[in-house]
Design a binder for this molecule. Structure first.
Ligand code: SAM
Length: 337
């Protein structure tokens, strides 16, 4: 407790002093808030979640805090300005992003120690979840400054709860590595850890992924972990074109592969591999994945394509480049010789 002086009676929005939420969680808090709305906001750092698409997802408390802090630290001041304009909030902003995080955190903590009220927001969703924030939070705590979460949207949790995949146990992993080699190593190591973890309950793995990499990532998962694990692509959550693609890894990948272009923001969820449920060529598994040569040969005999056409189609399906697949095909053939 001594390390967390803010836990001891430091009032914030939601505490009796601001009147936003009477102690004990009285459900009549909105009425209470009206009655005490002129009560000052407590000094401290406020981590304010903002919408991930639908502006209607801003909370009353987030608006209240944004209106009443001294300033707002933003991942991108221009992006946040649009949100502030929409809600007619005039407030000074300061940038806080991955490139100035350490220096800016020191400045902010100094101001917080002098009694300022500062909100931290990211471009969308919950700050510090795959966004800047955790550094200043740690620094503020170390300086004895109160830190208040103002909860709201987060793509990972929104996707999880509507995915239909297990929610009892989940693991949020953020973005997989962008480069193919690093991503495959990451997936192999992740699967090995998951398979070594003897647990009773099923687990869901949650990733963020860019639309131009989703096919490659799904192809790697299919190849390394097997095609039958359940997967969900949650796209454009809370927006006009919100979409959930649910199925096995193979089904979701082939559905996406038929599209001319994949757009929008994506959260990918995959059932975690277990020793009994998954296949693929990561260490410790028995099953052998189909080689590129075998897949090309199968496509040629099934569709009457020549090798070049079959490679082109396979590259599209796997989300990989034709030249990359061609090189792999050559390597396979060289190994056979
Ligand atoms: N802090 C944010 C949060 O709490 O959700 C996440 C920030 S992270 C840099 C941005 C990534 O989250 C996007 O590239 C995408 O993978 C995912 N994401 C954000 N908004 C989304 C949405 N509306 N639908 C699906 N995924 C989304």
């Amino acid at each position: 407790m001594a390390d967390h002086p803010q836990l001891e009676g430091a009032p914030g929005p939601g505490s009796p002093r601001t009147g936003l939420r009477p102690s004990g969680g009285d459900p009549s808090h909105l009425g209470t808030r009206e009655a005490k709305s002129d009560a000052p906001l407590a000094p401290g750092l406020y981590l304010v979640a903002t919408p991930i698409g639908n502006l209607g997802d801003i909370t009353l408390r987030a608006l209240d805090v944004l209106r009443n802090v001294d300033r707002i630290a933003c991942e991108d001041t221009r992006q946040t300005q649009k949100l502030l304009n929409h809600f007619q909030i005039a407030k000074s902003t300061v940038s806080y992003h991955q490139h100035n995080e350490h220096a800016r955190a020191a400045e902010l903590v100094q101001a917080l120690r002098a009694g300022e009220r500062i909100a931290l927001v990211s471009d969308a969703g919950t700050p510090a979840i795959n966004d800047p924030g955790s550094w200043v939070v740690r620094e503020a705590i170390a300086a004895g400054v109160p830190v208040f979460p103002i909860p709201g949207a987060s793509a990972a949790i929104s996707a999880l709860v509507a995915s239909g995949l297990p929610t009892e146990d989940f693991h949020f992993l953020g973005f997989p590595p962008e480069k193919s080699g690093a991503r495959r190593t990451f997936l192999e190591e992740l699967a090995a850890r998951e398979k070594a973890d003897l647990r009773e309950t099923p687990r869901t793995l949650i990733f963020y992924e860019a639309p131009h990499r989703i096919l490659e990532t799904l192809a790697d998962i299919e190849e390394l972990w097997g095609s039958t694990l359940r997967a969900v692509v949650a796209r454009e959550l809370t927006k006009m074109h919100e979409e959930f693609l649910r199925g096995t890894v193979a089904e979701v990948r082939s559905e996406l592969a038929t599209r001319e272009r994949i757009r929008g923001e994506i959260t990918l969820l995959v059932e975690a591999p277990t020793p009994t449920k998954s296949s693929g060529n990561f260490p410790g598994t028995e099953s052998v994945p189909e080689t590129i040569a075998a897949r090309v040969a199968r496509m040629q005999s099934e569709s009457g394509l020549d090798e070049k056409e079959a490679l082109k189609r396979l590259a599209r399906e796997l989300g990989r480049s034709k030249s990359d697949l061609y090189r792999e095909l050559q390597r396979e053939r060289a190994r056979k010789r």
